[in-house]
Design a protein around this ligand. Sequence first.
Ligand SMILES: *Cc1c(COP(=O)(O)O)cnc(C)c1O
Length: 816
Amino acid sequence: MKDTQSTPDKDQVNKLRDSILYELKYSLGVTLLTASSSDVFSALALVVRRNQVDDYFSTQERHYQARKKRIYYISMEFLIGQSLRNNLINQGMMEITKAALESLGVDFEIIVRSEEDAALGNGGLGRLAACFIDSMATLDLAGSGHGIKYEYGLFHQQIQDGKQIEKPDDWHSAHSPWLIEHQSQAMIIPLYGRIEEIKDLQGNYNPMWMDWKIIIGVPHDYLVSGYNNNTVNSLRLYSACASDSFDIHIFNHGDYLKAVNQKIASENISKVLYPSDEILAGKELRLTQEYFLVACTLRDVMHDFFLHSTDLNQLPEFVAIQLNDTHPALAIVELMRILVDEHAVDWDIAWDLTQRTCAYTNHTLMPEALEKWSVNLFELLLPRHLQIIYEINRRFLLEVHRWQPERTDLLASMSLIEEMPEKKVRMAYLAIIGSHKVNGVAKLHSDLIKSNLVPDFYHLMPEKFTNQTNGVTPRRWIQQANPRLSLFLDAHLGNEWVTNLTLLTKLRSLASDRDVIAELAEIKKFNKLKLSQIITRQQGITINPDAMFDCQIKRIHEYKRQLLNVLYVINLYHRILDGVVSIAPKVHIFSGKAAPGYAMAKLIIQLINQVALKVNNDPNVNGQLKVVFLEDYKVSLAESIIPAADLSEQISTAGTEASGTSNMKLAMNGALTIGTLDGANIEIRDAVGHENFYVFGLSAEQIAEQRSKGRSPYDEYASNTELKMTVDSLISGFFHADKNLFYPLFNMLVNHGDHYFHLADFSSYCQAQHQALTDYNNTYNWHSRALNTISGMGEFSSDRTIRGYSRDIWGEDSLK
Ligand SMILES: *Cc1c(COP(=O)(O)O)cnc(C)c1O
């Protein structure tokens, strides 16, 4: 293998070393001798940031001069992870940094590991946003991310007695070397208050939003480097703090404690990320957070726009706002308020401008994740916005009536306001009608939006609906996570693949080259050894690095069906004990967090851990099977697991996973997939070749049909001895002395409808698993198929996805 990296220039290395020492001394107040690894990390990060800042200002000036359209990607979550390695790669500083640290006698890997993950997100949706800002910068778009600077990110997970315990994630953002605080750009955000119904001088209705309270939003820039192109954009994270001026009023009345309490209340707004994924929190504080983000972002939008133009009719030419799910859908209403109330734009014109500016990405079809906010809450928090929503709705329902005058039922079913049982605002409908484009995140998902989620909206405005299949950034998920694979690709393809991932197809011609396959097998082996060490260190379990690593790493959720995976493990365990099978050694690796209030998901974690305890300590298993639950799943842990995976578990009930992105990361790193025809799995299977994908289970269509027709999980259970024995062991005391512990899982499967079709897909899943394990014995063939899998993954770069958004949604023409 040829090493394409050159040796760094000595003067540059010395200069960098001096800069690190300078920051250690003058920014951190330590010497190299007294510095901790986290001090060295901070010093190095400050040096990297200085380089980024120079590029940032030149990028901003260049984009401004070119009058580029600005893209505002608004998201409640950005799941960034660590930044040092990524910034070193993108800034082209990796080799000199390694040399500089070496000259200081400091271990590079220890420094990298000492950075805390920035976990400002729950899972796929937040990680997508992080991949997108990387791709926007790499494609030199004038695209910024906008989010909240949560003081506490996603909780840390500890496992005690098999159970998940949540610990607060204080990521010390106040001391993060990546964040640049801009107190001087603080903005005023009004909340609460009432509407004064008054008329203007011409006698027109001119309601005034009065007596509001004020929160202050303070922007922080986290700089985002493009890959090797000198482009630096920003992710703006806003933190909330209390306004002293609004407190003064109460102070003057002598109510000191009330004033202090209000201060605490407003600072709470950016205190903590809501830890639920695909489930709605429905709390006042959450709605406040959503509005706070949107209001801060729109102040930046208007500020930037007025640098270019004073003619608001040009807004859609200079601005595109992308809503990452409905969480920031209030941007539509806030923009209307700004245009109509603050700039006296005529309603119809304002609505047209708003629609042409905004676009909405739908992420879920699951009813429990669709946002609906109580009208009462709106009235309290955002009375003017509620009025605007009512007016949008009034006009929209007139349009619906003109469209289908006989269908009076549509006036209730398509209304932005749900009447029963409680009056609520349907945020997805608001997002759809306030946007010019609505996209799903994989082909199947985009089709299901049209056919199942909002068919009437689709028929009324079919031109709005499009698809942009998700992608992931190859900078983090190949180059950074898997440096050996990266060198392998450099050697065989040249280094262009990093920004042009479709070049991976060229690997196909090497799939029967024995030396190349041996090289690839060697890389996998190395990565598996490294992960084994982490598993031993973290969980105290020794595993055989030659075993097949079967990985399911993602949030724990019933629809993702970790339970199906465990049922298979239990079944396999029984068969090993019965001597029915002798198998190639296998390790089932699980990692993922459950929402703290999601009892069923937490019970699944406990089951995995109890099964692991039993299986791993059973001498009769003789090391053929191991089960590992790696605690505290996060981006940096994902980067260690993914390069080591042989088999990628993507086994959601068909029609429930919008896209998935770990399916992409794993396949790019040479794991074969076992999966259902769900989300992006379908496109991945077509891209990598059906022979490299272990497909099983009912299709989305079959699931929908069985749901409507009704099925009997009890009969499925009772009529299949293998399945029955497996499911019965949940309540036999086999895995826990308390027989009742896992009864809720048993009950859900057998008596309560098995909503996610575990039982229906069980046999087909076991068969696919069996086939994969058999095939794994043919090592050469397996790695050759891994190579073919990698070669097919070129279209799953987030660069391709962002090009698609740019072309089909943002009308940004610099990429053509
Ligand atoms: C990619 C990623 C996810 C998303 O995984 P899915 O399997 O697509 O749900 C979640 N968490 C982390 C840390 C990730 O890196």
